[in-house]
Design a protein around this ligand. Sequence first.
Ligand code: MN
Length: 260
Amino acid sequence: MIDFHCHVDLYPDPVTVLNRVEAEGIYLLAITTTPLAWAGMKQIIGNRKRVKAAVGLHPELVAERHAEVTLLESLISETRYVGEVGLDGSPQHRGSFPKQDEILRRVFRECAVHRGRVISIHSRAAASGVLDALSAHSDIGVPILHWFSGSMRELERAANLGCWFSVGPSMLASAKGRRLTEAMPSDRVLTETDAPFTRNGRSGPLMPWDVANAEADLANIWRMPIEGVRDRLLGNLRQLVASTKIMNVASAEPSRASEP
Ligand code: MN
């Protein structure tokens, strides 16, 4: 299983969660919302081979934390994975939108300086803005639109720009989310939870292994058995890792032995 967008450090007991993630062989991308959380996240992860950390600055935090962008830029040299970054155009964050846009473009520039990163991108109520920023930058690596909620037309534009997509149980619970997912290029789809912000009914936050629910939805959408879904997702992840190696990323991590 793959959870490619999980704020694992925000669970009350992240180490217990990661121990089960490791025991179940789940591939997990641990997403930070501020670069100040980077060091702590790396410490929590330790040397778990299937868990990688991404450094980010969440657009919802830009109003208060925009000064952290210089730290974010400097940390991009240390990792192949960047996120969560992006734009949020919903009413409560519209005030910081110009700042969000400036920061996103600085992040893209920095990713290009380092010959590309895997970037998990937030685009709520701002899909066109994110796609405009992507169009203006080349060689940034692989953009992954997480929980994409734009229009069908924006989805088509994103696919044409080479974007990947990560989809989770919350997105797939809505008819719109399922329609968008059906229209995504299936060789550029990964699963995610966006936990612990997302909830599993009344039973608390989603857990990384709840991506099983997304796999079941994908089995319906792709009309294939669950084993086929898992093979495809793992194949996609292998492809992603392979393509980022081709990018000749400078900051090689010590062990890639158990990468897919
Ligand atoms: Mn998130």
